[in-house]
Design a protein around this ligand. Structure first.
Ligand code: SAH
Length: 258
């Protein structure tokens, strides 16, 4: 059909959170968006987690730390009319790429960006532990690559003083081996050493592991960068092998008194 005008080529970039692990941990929306895309761009580790489920795609991987390069590469592909997805682990808007993509979007004004949510590590980890985040909570990253350490300390102190359950992302790396210990010391100023804490490693991936312990014990733990740490509030308890932060329901008979 002749319309006289050439239809404007659609330029679309999806920023997709794939959840904590492989294909099974993705949302149905994330999986159908990836199924429709021609090109999938991501950090090598995440690409390997889902590659087998999306045959016939063009995959482009970049090493860690090359975030801007990765985003611009995705924009340039989208500009050529290729339906492109940039994937992140967990949720793309939680220490992921969604923010940077939208900050760069003005350089590629014809590209329409869609952010597709995923299950962030705090939520998948809390589910593995039981019900760690049933009440108000704060998520704090211990990475001082982009945030001054003083800011991180201030947030830790404020969250502990407010008796929030605290979820720590990026709790450690080779260069920051003692950051978790430092964070525990700050929280300890406002919380009991017996506070129920936990860590969850490699959620939804090979080597998945969880451990519940006290704040005192957590301070002595060595964890790696594939770990999310949970620090309970003053009401959080251990029930068998579950970490539970009570919502506050009164349960008849549960304490044996009624
Ligand atoms: N966008 C991601 C977070 C990226 S920051 C999300 O929403 O989950 C990287 C940090 O996330 C890690 O240092 C770790 O603390 C946490 N994390 C991400 N995936 C994880 C997994 N599968 N298991 C445990 N922790 C994870």
């Amino acid at each position: 059909m002749k319309t006289g005008k050439r239809m404007k080529m659609e330029q679309r970039l999806y920023v997709v959170g794939i959840g904590p692990g492989g294909y099974e941990k993705m949302t149905i929306e994330a999986a159908s968006v990836l199924k429709e895309c021609e090109i999938i761009v991501g950090y090598t580790v995440y690409v390997e987690l889902i590659r087998d489920h999306f045959p016939g795609k063009e995959w482009l991987t970049t090493p860690m730390r090359r975030e801007e390069e990765r985003c611009r590469m995705a924009f340039e592909l989208a500009q050529k009319g290729k339906k492109t997805a940039l994937i992140c682990s967990g949720d793309a808007g939680v220490y992921g790429m969604a923010g940077l993509v939208l900050e760069l979007n003005p350089d590629y004004p014809d590209v329409k960006v869609n952010v597709i949510p995923g299950v962030t590590a705090a939520l998948s980890g809390a589910a593995l532990l039981g019900a760690a985040l049933m009440h108000d909570f704060a998520v704090i990253s211990l990475s001082d690559l982009l945030t001054p350490w003083e800011t991180i300390e201030k947030r830790l102190r404020a969250a502990a003083e407010a008796d929030l359950v605290i979820c720590l992302y990026n709790p450690s790396s080779k260069k920051r081996a003692d950051y978790l210990k430092k964070a525990c010391a700050i929280i300890r100023a406002a919380a009991s050493p017996d506070t129920v804490c936990a860590y969850v490693k490699q959620i939804g991936r090979e080597g998945e592991e969880k451990k519940i312990m006290t704040l005192r014990e957590l301070a002595e733990c060595q964890v790696d960068m594939f770990t999310t740490v949970f620090i309970g509030n003053s009401q959080t308890k251990r029930i068998g092998d579950a970490m539970v932060t009570p919502r506050g329901y009164r349960i008849a008979g549960a304490d044996g008194s009624r």
